[in-house]
Ligand binder design. Structure first.
Ligand code: ZN
Length: 422
């Protein structure tokens, strides 16, 4: 039996409402949140406590603004039952995604419904204080449009395209030129709510796909990302599996070609060094031009390998004869990407495999090639019944996934309000 105990972990960032809730009342709130809308008399059956206890708790929760009476249930004998739901205005959850020179921001109501989302460009000055100020202003703008202020925030998820440690410190982020920036503390101090910071867009993509994208309705979703970097993330029952140091699923730096191309990490022949977007573009630029058809040859002449996304897509769309160096390169890349997916599938045994990142976007030949290769690389592939699907969530919508994730975490175990004791 799960018990709830009041605690004040992270008391520095305690939410304002936290002290007002009794643990027993909290369990009622959780049941209402899970069921959506529920007649008050049903709560007694659901929770296994007497009606008068429940009625007292409901009264307190309504008075504190957590629960709302949203209508009456007609039918049956006796008086109509009062319908209860989580008060949408009890607070809100935010997701912020700082990636690719942009800040994407999403806001959800306490009941998990989307209120708003916006995107802004990061200014020229990328000093931590400046970017944090910009995140703060963007968030306050979204909050104010929803008629709220930062005091209403119950939790915030911030995602950064870089390496982040378990304390929410951004160890390194190339696009922002950051090193050792305590992003969680900086945001928590300004906004006064629980802040969760995770690195790399893979986690946020994975959470978003599992909550609202190609993996919705599935218990275990493996998101496999191939673009500038390569990596995978498992989302199990709505929770991304981060690992002890938040590096679970970082397959990009597994060596697949010993002694192969040099990787940014210092090693040679990493998966990322041979099959990421920039790696494929660099290999394409080294091929003899006369053996490449147009428009690939034209693209390479005009822009070199500076735009890997379009270049790689054009290469996969080009028809080539077997034995042609381009065909060989693409077959090798497909095999390597399939190896990454095969390792991830073998490790996590998922229901759904979501192929995301720009290499897989609008690139049916690569997706088909990887799927075909998986059949021969993964033991019992057919018996596993993994459904392989294309990612659906757009970059600007990823922050919604982050907000939904923090919303779900709050309702399952709201830090600062109560902790679950097994
Ligand atoms: Zn590497």
């Amino acid at each position: 039996m799960v018990q709830y105990a009041v605690s004040r972990i992270d008391s520095k960032y305690d939410t304002k409402k936290s002290t007002a809730i009794r643990p027993a009342d909290w369990s009622i709130l959780q049941v209402v949140q899970r069921l959506g809308t529920v007649p008050q008399h049903r709560l007694a059956e659901q929770i296994g406590r007497g009606r008068s206890t429940i009625n007292g708790a409901v009264q307190r929760l309504v008075a504190a603004g957590w629960l709302a009476r949203v209508g009456q249930e007609a039918g049956g004998r006796g008086r109509p039952a009062i319908l209860l739901a989580v008060n949408r205005d009890a607070g809100c959850f935010a997701g912020v995604d700082i990636a690719g020179g942009e800040i994407h921001c999403a806001l959800l109501a306490a009941d998990g419904k989307l209120l708003d989302h916006v995107s802004t460009r990061v200014g020229r000055d990328r000093l931590p204080a400046v970017v944090v100020e910009q995140v703060d202003l963007t968030l306050r703008g979204v909050l104010s449009r929803a008629g709220a202020g930062p005091e209403r925030l119950l939790g915030l998820w911030a995602g950064v395209a870089g390496a982040v440690d378990e304390n929410g410190m951004v160890v390194s982020c190339a696009s922002l030129r950051w090193r050792n920036v305590p992003l969680r503390d900086l945001l928590a101090e300004r906004l006064g709510c629980d802040v969760l910071v995770q690195g790399g867009s893979t986690t946020m993509n994975a959470a978003a796909e599992a909550l609202m994208g190609a993996g919705r309705d599935a218990e275990s979703v493996l998101y496999y990302h191939a673009g500038r970097g390569i990596g995978a993330r498992l989302v199990l029952a709505g929770r991304p599996l981060a690992g002890t140091t938040q590096r679970a699923g970082e397959f990009g730096h597994v060596v697949v070609e010993p002694g192969g191309a040099r990787c940014a990490c210092g090693n040679r022949g990493c998966l990322e060094a041979v099959a990421s977007g920039p790696a494929i573009a660099a290999a394409l630029a080294r091929l003899p031009r006369r053996q490449l058809g147009d428009p690939l040859r034209q693209m390479l002449t005009q822009t070199g390998n500076r735009n890997p996304e379009t270049l790689v897509r054009a290469a996969f769309k080009q028809r080539t004869a077997r034995g042609n160096p381009l065909a060989e390169l693409l077959a090798r890349v497909t095999r390597h990407l399939a190896m990454g997916a095969a390792m991830a599938v073998a490790a996590y045994d998922p229901q759904v495999l979501v192929l995301g990142g720009y290499l897989f976007a609008d690139n049916p030949p690569l997706r088909r090639g990887v799927q075909r290769a998986l059949r021969s690389m993964v033991l019992d592939w057919d018996a596993r019944r993994v459904s392989v699907v294309q990612a659906e969530v757009l970059t600007q919508d990823r922050a919604v996934g982050g907000a939904a994730e923090v919303c779900q975490r709050f309702w399952s175990n709201p830090r600062g309000v109560v902790t679950v004791q097994a």
